[in-house]
Design a protein around this ligand. Sequence first.
Ligand SMILES: O=C(O)C1=C[C@@H](OP(=O)(O)O)[C@@H](O)[C@H](O)C1
Ligand SMILES: C=C(OP(=O)(O)O)C(=O)O
Length: 449
Amino acid sequence: MSSETPHAHRSHRPATPLSGSITVPGDKSISHRALMFAGLAIGETRITGLLEGEDVLRTAAAMRALGAAVRRDSDGAWLVAGTGIGGLHSPDDVLDMGNSGTAARLLCGVLASHDIFAVMTGDASLRRRPMRRVIDPLAACGAVFAAREGGRLPLAVTGAADARPLSYRLPVASAQVKSALLLAGLNARGITEVEEPEPTRDHSENMLRHFGAVVSVVPHGAGKLIRLQGQPELIAADIIVPGDPSSAAFPIVAALLVPGSRITIAGVGLNPLRTGLFTTLLEMGADITITNKREAGGEPVGDLVVVASSLRGIDVPAARAPSMIDEYPILAVACALARGPSRLRGLGELRVKESDRLAATLAMLRVNGAHVEVEGDDMIIDGGANRLGGGTVLTQMDHRLAMSALVLGMAADAPVMIDDARFIDTSFPGFMGLMRGLGAAIEAEPEAA
Ligand SMILES: O=C(O)C1=C[C@@H](OP(=O)(O)O)[C@@H](O)[C@H](O)C1
Ligand SMILES: C=C(OP(=O)(O)O)C(=O)O
């Protein structure tokens, strides 16, 4: 979006149903990892379908500053010539990770086991987010971190020249923490062990194997035990990034809610540790068909056909949260427009995302007339409100809130306004154009900018 475009936007019910065939941008989690692992590999990796969102571009810039050769080819693929494990050098300047928790936390892992000094910061949202969850366990490998009060960015790290392997049980279900430890373990002597009490997205484990590392994953209670043999030689291996299911969530819910709609989304990643939203929507009565299931770049992928449906309220178990952690704001929109009550359980982690997403989702729905409560870590939504819409949502530097609120406006009785659409570009560049191409009505609001 150009800087002249007003920040505020308004969406309203389109005159006709949504229809058409689209693809969504590449998976954000896989894109960050592709750049980092390729930057640590020997040889040149070609990445097709990389998400060119601002979060991922921060990772590309950071890997470049650390010594990897990262460039975009004329055909849109990205080429990364890595330094080999242990080969990164200290950056000349501060690493600015922008809005991206994944970039900042995974990079802490990379830096921890390299003999380098680096300083990292981020935007106002990222500077509020907790980093102790990675820097405390990473310090055990010998790295020294100095962070702002409360374990917040900016932080400085002096990586360990001869890193010890880590053995750690995750206190929270977090793929970012798991991945940071595995990345540190790449340049540690011996075996790094991470125990996760609940399974979280396993893109790091899959990609480590893809690059030739030895990783074993065994069931462990309700979760998994992951073991990585340190100091492997990672060998460049091309990557095809599937469409991001977390981005597909927005057109999917929009098509379900706008009467008469029918859309197709091709090439969506269907890793089972990412598909909690699809499971939930199907339980709510959604008409979603998955066709053409295949594998691309080591990840399951399929095409989705979505037909407008009358949804019913749902009780979502806490155990499902890791497989749909970024999808709760848009699920909450679907619940507000469904028949009957919904209870979304175990949402404590939403408090430490780009915004406090539990509070921000509550505020988004309430300002638009929905009946919503938070009880402990659960959100309870009464789908029975008579009239929805008419409110202005403060998006708080949070892309997922911005997109969720715009989808709400497409299905509500009155338009919905957001104060700032700029952060959508962190994960879903082209969102406005793509939704408008399907028939959505979204307008910039010059007078409110
Ligand atoms: O590992 C990843 O790529 C991600 C993990 C999740 O965060 P947590 O690890 O904090 O749950 C998710 O919210 C984030 O968008 C991406
Ligand atoms: C939480 C998210 O990302 P990150 O933690 O990388 O900022 C997200 O994309 O919803």
